[in-house]
Write a protein that binds this ligand. Structure first.
Ligand SMILES: *[C@@H]1O[C@H](CO)[C@@H](O)[C@H](O)[C@H]1NC(C)=O
Ligand SMILES: *[C@@H]1O[C@H](CO)[C@@H](O)[C@H](O)[C@H]1NC(C)=O
Ligand SMILES: *[C@@H]1O[C@H](CO)[C@@H](O)[C@H](O)[C@H]1NC(C)=O
Ligand SMILES: *[C@@H]1O[C@H](CO)[C@@H](O)[C@H](O)[C@H]1NC(C)=O
Ligand SMILES: *[C@@H]1O[C@H](CO)[C@@H](O)[C@H](O)[C@H]1NC(C)=O
Length: 321
């Protein structure tokens, strides 16, 4: 560093004009999340008292893309970098950084050339692009796993319903539940396919939307399964309330994640989905539990009320054991 400075000073002494010095930055990065991109160019020894003594030129791939002529107080930008600008008010503090919209930013080496009366200097900064995944790999997995788990558990409930509670349900109800369940499964699969890991995009945001919004159907399905099987008990109400809360968390998390480029609320979304799956699991366990209780306790009572059903049930019972 010091030999370089000494060489520059010597150089300036010999030629009678001083060199402008920069706080050198080798490279800067931007990601999908940068709305604007700033390529830094800081001078450390500005002597000018007025910007009309300064002239700033930015070069990219051998072409001038931005020129600020202090004498004319005129800034011109190339048509391919139409949003490029510098903060003229910061120039006397040594800041000649180029700002542009992300859409105009192209990766590569940019040269910042500054002239101040008789002094001049230039520095090269490389602009790089970094791909950042919208969600972390673990989050990606959980976002897909929880809803799929919840759907499998629903199919488990559906299985118990059709096998153990045959007597309580009409064919129409079963068919409706079957259709709704298949529809939900299809939506979540489509969502999971769209929600490929990678940068934020409309595609994976809509995939996430499909997955999260459609899990609300699970609440309706589970409600109908309970109603068909044995009606509401305080336990099923608690399960459904838990599931609604999980859904609210997931939807709030979804909105926050879609609004922000970096989804800091991923854990909120995921815990919502986890709670939905947990409620589905509790529902399944409870159904299994009630089903095994009913066989021993309620079957005799039913035998008086509904001899035919009881007959069917006892047949089912014998098959199981
Ligand atoms: C992009 O945004 C990040 C975070 O806000 C910032 O640190 C970085 O300097 C920006 N990159 C560019 C090239 O402007
Ligand atoms: C240049 O860098 C030095 C040390 O890194 C810092 O003290 C100084 O403020 C910087 N100057 C400008 C104009 O950014
Ligand atoms: C700035 O300079 C360019 C060319 O040098 C010219 O076409 C343009 O009209 C000037 N703009 C202003 C505001 O003077
Ligand atoms: C803008 O970019 C395109 C392709 O990169 C190039 O062909 C064209 O010459 C550029 N236009 C200007 C004014 O630099
Ligand atoms: C920019 O310049 C550096 C150093 O000269 C070089 O290693 C790099 O490959 C260049 N980058 C591009 C995109 O040309």
């Amino acid at each position: 560093m010091w030999p370089l400075v000494a060489a520059l000073l010597l150089g300036s002494f010999c030629c009678g004009s001083a060199q402008l010095l920069f706080n050198k930055t080798k490279s800067v990065e931007f990601t999908f999340c940068n709305e604007t991109v700033v390529i830094p160019c800081f001078l450390t020894n500005v002597g000018a008292q007025n910007t009309n003594e300064m002239y700033v030129k930015w070069k990219f791939k051998g072409k001038y893309i931005f020129i600020f002529d202090g004498g004319q107080n005129n800034a011109t930008a190339d048509s391919n970098f139409s949003s490029a600008k510098i903060a003229v008010s910061e120039l006397l503090k040594g800041d000649a950084s180029l700002k542009m919209d992300k859409g105009d930013a192209k990766v590569g080496n940019y040269t910042c050339e500054v002239t101040e009366l008789t002094r001049e200097g230039e520095t090269v900064i490389e602009l790089k692009y970094r791909v950042v995944s919208w969600f972390s790999p673990n989050e990606n997995i959980l976002v897909v796993i929880f809803p799929i788990l919840a759907i499998l558990l629903f199919w488990g409930q559906f299985g118990i319903l059709t096998l153990k509670y045959k007597s309580n349900c009409t064919n129409k109800k079963i068919i409706l539940l079957l259709i709704a369940g298949l529809l939900l499964t299809a939506i979540v699969i489509v969502g999971a396919i769209l929600f490929v890991p990678g940068e934020y995009s409309v595609k994976n945001a809509s995939g996430l939307g499909f997955i999260v919004i459609s899990t609300g159907i699970l609440i309706l399905l589970q409600y109908n399964v309970f109603m068909t099987a044995f009606g509401m008990t305080s336990f099923t109400i608690a399960i459904l309330i838990t599931q609604v809360l999980g859904y609210v968390l997931a939807v709030v998390g979804l909105c926050l994640c879609i609004m922000a480029c970096i989804p800091v609320h991923g854990p909120l979304l995921i815990s919502g989905l986890g709670i939905i799956a947990l409620a589905e699991l509790l529902g399944l366990v409870y159904m299994k539990f009630v089903a095994s209780n009913q066989r021993t306790i309620q079957a005799p009572r039913k035998a008086v009320e509904e001899p035919l059903n009881a007959f069917k049930e006892s047949k089912g019972m014998m098959n199981d054991e």
